[in-house]
Design a protein around this ligand. Structure first.
Ligand code: ZN
Length: 304
């Protein structure tokens, strides 16, 4: 791995004055891993990296260890869409529909994520185990992702928030130089004074990737955003891009296609290769494997 990417990605969480919940993340390693797995174009890397960074923080907002969150953006731009799944423990995975998508840069030289995504919808699905699932959908605000999440929190969860996300891509080789983000949320009872302080801090803050430039420490982001408030760091955990796929899971997915579909795959008389959407790992199944899978479908059918 590139020696520029050496530190461990981290997520920090804090509360300030009992009125503000704050999250910040440094994520260049996990975004670089996603880029390398999916071989994404620079604008696709930025889009995926921003949503991975936001998603890993949103995963940390969930209450129970087994809860999961999926955030899906679908748009009419060349990228098609982005999907990210995160848990409470700092692992996140995701993909974009068209990893090769390209658009012209913005006039200010930044990657034009909004144009790559286009107009569409942001959906948030929370898997809260046995209790129930939560689904929220909002129209995309700008397609720039941070603004879309801010909009989502207000519209769908009635929580005034500020979200900042950034991914800096090396223009020479497309690798990830810096990535990270923050989410600030006002808790009920936040005073005007606190809101003023936060708003001023946000005005002075600038870009996430600039703030991470010195030592890649996410707590430095919170120090700037919560300046002037009493705050306490309540969590500091490593975060990573991790996919839990395995051969068995893919085998079960093939079985779910059903007898007719698997029979026609066998008839082709050649091995099939399936790739995990999330991490691009390829799984090969021989004709003999497919015959075994078909038998297992038939056995299940007999037991019914
Ligand atoms: Zn996978």
């Amino acid at each position: 791995m590139d020696n520029k990417i050496s530190s461990v990605d981290r997520l920090v969480r804090a509360t300030a004055e009992g009125q503000v919940m704050a999250f910040a993340v440094s994520s260049k390693n996990l975004v670089e891993k996603a880029r390398a797995s999916h071989n994404t174009s620079p604008v696709a890397t930025a889009a995926l990296g921003r949503l991975l960074s936001g998603g890993v923080m949103m995963g940390n907002m969930l209450k129970n260890d087994t809860d999961k969150i999926t955030i899906q953006i679908t748009g009419d731009g060349p990228l098609g869409g982005v999907l990210v799944t995160a848990d409470t423990k700092g692992t996140v995975k995701g993909y974009v529909n068209n990893p090769n998508a390209q658009v012209l840069d913005r006039a200010d030289g930044h990657l034009n994520v909004g144009a790559a995504i286009g107009a569409g919808t942001l959906s948030v699905m929370k898997d809260l185990g046995l209790k129930d699932a939560y689904n929220g959908h909002v129209p995309l605000y700008s397609g720039e992702i941070a603004e879309d999440l801010t909009h989502y929190f207000l519209e769908s969860e009635q929580t005034p928030s500020s979200v900042g996300l950034g991914v800096l891509v090396n223009s020479k080789d497309g690798t990830v130089l810096r990535a990270g983000g923050f989410i600030l949320q006002l808790l009920p009872g936040a005073t005007d004074k606190t809101i003023d302080i936060i708003e001023n801090n946000l005005k002075e803050f600038g870009y996430v990737t600039e703030r991470l430039s010195e030592n890649d420490d996410p707590s430095g982001i919170l120090e700037l955003l919560l300046k002037g408030l009493n705050y306490e760091i309540t969590k500091d955990i490593p975060v990573s891009f991790y996919c839990d796929c395995d051969r068995d899971r893919v085998r079960r997915a093939i079985a779910l296609l059903g007898d007719v579909e698997v029979a026609s795959m066998i008839k082709e008389n050649k091995p099939v290769e399936l790739k995990c959407q999330f991490c691009n790992t390829a799984y090969k199944f021989s004709v003999e494997d497919l015959i075994e899978i078909r038998k297992s479908i038939e056995n299940k059918a007999l037991m019914k």
